[in-house]
Design a protein around this ligand. Structure first.
Ligand code: DSN
Length: 448
């Protein structure tokens, strides 16, 4: 398949960069839990002529002519989303997760309203009211936390909800390794008279595939990105549940109006096409197997890491991700493990852990997960091998400490990286990672 043949002739510079990125993806282990690999079919839909079209509005109600097929592709995506999640309304136009969440605020809140969300350093999302986000500045944000053991503190959430009577309560996170208690939070939201909005960006594919409980019965609104466990292109969706419509029969229209014309202009129809194709894949029985395997792999990886002496937040996982706690040797050390693993071809991301003694830029943990490796076909046996590799690297970097003096950190990390380039464990692992990747080819001849 010579999908990029034209580009290779027309723009050698851009082609070369894209080719390098493809090789990086093929020759490395992608373990950032919010990333995944779309199918060639989704890539083709994304690269289709729908990128040429303007279609502000919704199917049957557009502000431009020539939208017959844009209507068809958007309707296909909507119907598949409704079927996959079992909801009465879906909007597939959000450009990504942040705009989807902003649209929810715009639909149901006024500036200054009180909202509640999972505190960012405890694993929450920026758009759930973090102080650096517009959502923490335009709304009165009351964050909730996880307990010492890393699990959500339901007593605190209920107490805060009854005390502050928020307009909406978010459930969802970027770094939470246990199942979300949708039912309990639905009851708390009902008691407090709040909307429960489930941002299931991370676990959406697991929900469709039956590997995580669904929020549909308990939440009024559901948002998600489409590029994580859903395995679609970069985009977002907002869904309204029966419970949401019962609470407010106009909720679906409010959401639609908040996206367009409230927040966005023309939808990205090529992305909508990719979402339709991805949801078509998600509805197949194979996707259930995939979702189940993602969790089995995560559990195998977590077991393997702990068996080899690596400390994990909550001592394990219920979903697709885990959080390594590196504080035993001091604060802020996630950057060392991320860099050392990157040199060996394993991509993870440094991340805060609950009660992190350091900062979000130099956090004390590392977040990793299994959605992308599972898409490549890897199973528990590969996870056991990878667990040993990562544990070896955790040991290898044990002697490195983040300098207490801020001005010294940049230079120290740069030197660390240089030193690691000549490190025997890193170089041996790089060869082993390459060997494993060759056994699980990603796109094969996509660019040749
Ligand atoms: N940035 C996304 C993630 O990596 O989890 C969502 O917050």
């Amino acid at each position: 398949m010579d999908r990029l043949a034209k580009l290779s002739e027309a723009d050698k510079e851009a082609f070369s960069i894209i080719k390098s990125e493809l090789e990086r993806q093929e020759d490395g282990l992608e373990m950032i839990p919010s990333e995944n690999f779309v199918s060639k079919a989704v890539l083709e839909a994304m690269g289709s002529v729908f990128t040429n079209k303007y279609s502000e509005g919704y199917p049957g109600k557009r502000y431009y002519g020539g939208n017959q097929f844009a209507d068809e592709i958007e309707t296909l995506a909507i119907e598949r989303a409704k079927k996959a999640f079992g909801v009465p309304h879906a909007n597939v136009q959000p450009y990504s997760g942040s705009p989807a969440n902003l649209a929810v605020y715009f639909a149901v809140c006024k500036k200054g309203d009180t909202i509640m969300g999972h505190n960012l350093p405890d694993g929450g999302h920026l758009t759930h009211g973090w102080k650096a986000s517009i959502t923490g500045q335009w709304f009165n944000s009351v964050p909730y936390h996880v307990k010492e053991d890393g699990y959500l503190d339901l007593d605190e959430i209920r107490r805060l909800a009854l005390e502050h009577r928020p307009k909406l309560i978010w459930v969802g996170a970027t770094a939470y390794v246990r199942e979300f208690p949708f039912e309990a939070l639905g009851k708390i939201a009902d008691e407090a008279g709040a909307y429960l909005v489930a941002d299931i960006a991370h676990v959406a594919g697991l929900v469709i595939g039956g590997a995580h409980k669904s929020p549909v019965e308990h939440a009024h609104i559901i948002t998600t990105t489409t590029h994580k466990t859903l395995r679609g292109p970069r985009g977002g969706m907002i869904m309204v549940t029966e419970k949401g419509l019962k609470n407010d029969p106009e909720l679906a229209q409010k959401i639609d109006r908040a996206i367009f014309p409230g927040l966005q202009g023309g939808p990205h129809d090529h992305t909508t096409a990719g979402i339709a194709v991805a949801l078509g894949e998600d509805l197949k029985p194979e996707f259930r197997e995939y979702a189940g395997q993602v969790v089995k792999n995560a559990k195998a990886l977590a077991e393997g890491l702990m068996k080899n002496g690596v400390k994990l937040v909550t001592n394990g996982t219920d979903n697709h991700m885990m959080l390594i706690d590196l504080t035993a040797e001091g604060p802020g050390r996630g950057v060392f493990l991320q860099n050392a693993l990157e040199l060996a071809g394993i991509t993870v991301n440094k991340n805060t852990i609950p009660n992190d003694p350091s900062s979000p830029f130099y956090p004390s943990g590392v977040r990793l997960g299994t959605p992308a490796l599972t898409t490549r076909g890897m199973k528990e046996v590969e996870m056991q091998k990878i667990a040993v590799w990562i544990a070896d690297m955790v040991n290898e970097i044990k002697k490195y400490r983040l300098p207490a003096e801020k001005s010294e950190i940049g230079g120290y990390v740069k030197n660390f990286r240089e030193e690691m380039k000549g490190n025997a464990v890193v170089n041996k692992l790089r060869a082993e990672v390459l060997g494993l990747c060759k056994k699980f080819p990603l796109y094969g001849s996509l660019m040749r």
